[in-house]
Design a protein around this ligand. Structure first.
Ligand code: MN
Length: 444
């Protein structure tokens, strides 16, 4: 799984990639779609390197990427990653290796590229980002057993986990049209809110707006309608991950969710970070699949694979930060609300993908699978306010004295994630942020 591109001693001629603090050292090489800010340049695929972006198609045109890597690079002169995602792991790996060579400070390609840095690089500060892929379908799972147990225990204290949970990955079909890129404001939704003690519901802005800290998993190659993806082949269909905030209106959700699950409580906005970190880049941070408790069922055979059990988990440290409007006005930095890890997911990403296609449902390049809220056993690792404040019954007092049960207008939620492992260079996923804007006044 590890190769030349993961070597911890690699350094880039892009100085900001070597500072030890960047999310984007040369061992990462995530893909995103960008253009120069305030321009009408075409959107194109770039690779984040330190504080800069490498224009992949420009590097190809300048002769730096040839063979299989060149073929893959040709898909990068487009406003989405879908073309690259559709190619499969041999092409992804060839392009990663060639881009690494171009950005290294100790290769012929790197020395030549450095001389043309002006035409190959753009500062991230000078760029605007769009969604990395055209997502035609988005499915959100519920893969954290700690999240499922916490939420279940609020509603069913005696049997928080429903009997299917440990057998079948639970999910619902989300909505792709309201996916937005990090930095896009999120407007507080209106919805039906249950009335008190049998009174009829009212229509009003949500009073219980929340975030959910998740990973967004991008499908690479898809499968034809009617075909399945055996779990042994799942890794060949998984392209990479980004951060995902599944904004949720808990009061709308509580009233509408039975019997068919989330609907308008979730589909008003879902925020994605702009950079997709490939599964190849994540190789150093793979861990065994979640260790099931004694007495838990073993997965059915179609979800059981020795290799997936051995290293199908991923240890990404997920942080949630909050910055209120008052904190911004007072010049205060964001405050950390929680810190969890994706190794606490009960199902591996391969299991989620294989299960999704197990009925012959066709997945397509650029399809997005949300992990579900990532929470752990510890209280500090709870990935949404519903859990952190226990439905608002245990409010959080912020350092400046403000109190939160749920999100207020002006609140900015920032998700961050890092892979950290001794002997390897840490990599990050960048940021996934959004500010809550007030509800639009009702006109009908
Ligand atoms: Mn969710």
């Amino acid at each position: 799984m590890l190769n030349e591109t993961h070597r911890p001693d690699l350094r880039s001629w892009v100085a900001s990639a070597n500072d030890g603090a960047t999310d984007f050292p040369i061992q990462n090489l995530p893909y995103g779609v960008y253009r120069r800010r305030r321009s009408d340049e075409p959107w194109r695929v770039g690779v984040a390197i330190g504080a800069m972006i490498l224009d992949v198609a420009a590097a190809h045109q300048a002769g730096f990427l040839d063979g299989e890597a060149g073929r893959a690079a040709r898909t990068c002169a487009s406003p989405s990653l879908n073309g690259l995602m559709s190619l499969g792991p041999t092409s992804w790996s060839a392009l990663r290796r060639a881009v690494s060579d171009v950005l290294r400070d100790d290769t012929d390609a790197g020395r030549a590229a450095r001389g043309r840095a002006g035409s190959l690089l753009l500062a991230q500060e000078a760029a605007e980002m769009r969604l990395p892929a055209d997502v035609s379908d988005y499915t959100d799972f519920y893969a954290s057993v700690y999240h499922a147990t916490n939420v279940g225990s609020m509603f069913r204290p005696d049997h928080p986990l429903l009997p299917n949970y440990k057998w079948v990955p639970i999910g619902y079909h989300g909505r792709a049209s309201s996916l937005v890129v990090s930095g896009t404001p999120v407007v507080r939704p209106h919805g039906q809110l249950a009335g008190d003690e049998g009174a009829p519901p009212s229509r009003a802005p949500s009073r219980r707006m929340d975030y959910e800290a998740e990973l967004g998993i991008f499908v690479g190659r898809g499968n034809a309608l009617g075909d399945v993806i055996p779990i042994e082949e799942a890794a060949d269909h998984l392209f990479g991950v980004a951060l995902l905030n599944d904004w949720s209106a808990r009061d709308i959700q509580a009233w509408e969710y039975q019997p068919l699950g989330p609907f308008l409580a979730k589909n008003f906005a879902t925020t994605l970070s702009p950079w997709v970190v490939t599964f190849e880049a994540l190789a150093p941070f793979r861990v065994p699949a979640f260790a099931r408790a004694i007495g838990d069922p073993v997965p059915l055979p179609y979800l059981a694979d020795a290799a997936d059990q051995a290293h199908g988990g991923i240890d990404l440290q997920i942080e949630v930060w909050l910055r209120t409007e008052r904190m911004r006005n007072e010049g205060l930095d964001a405050v950390q609300l929680s810190h969890g890890t994706s190794r606490d997911l009960y199902w591996t990403m391969a299991q989620l993908l294989t299960h999704h296609a197990s009925n012959g449902c066709n997945l397509q390049p650029g399809d997005l699978l949300g992990s579900g809220t990532i929470s752990g056993a510890d209280k500090t690792s709870r990935g949404c306010l519903l859990e952190l404040t226990w439905r608002g019954t245990e409010p959080i007092t912020l350092p400046n004295g403000e109190v939160r049960r749920f999100l207020e207008d002006g609140d900015e939620v920032i998700l961050r994630a890092h892979g950290v492992r001794a002997g390897h260079v840490s990599i990050g996923l960048g940021e996934c942020s959004g500010i809550v804007r007030p509800a639009i006044p009702l006109t009908f």
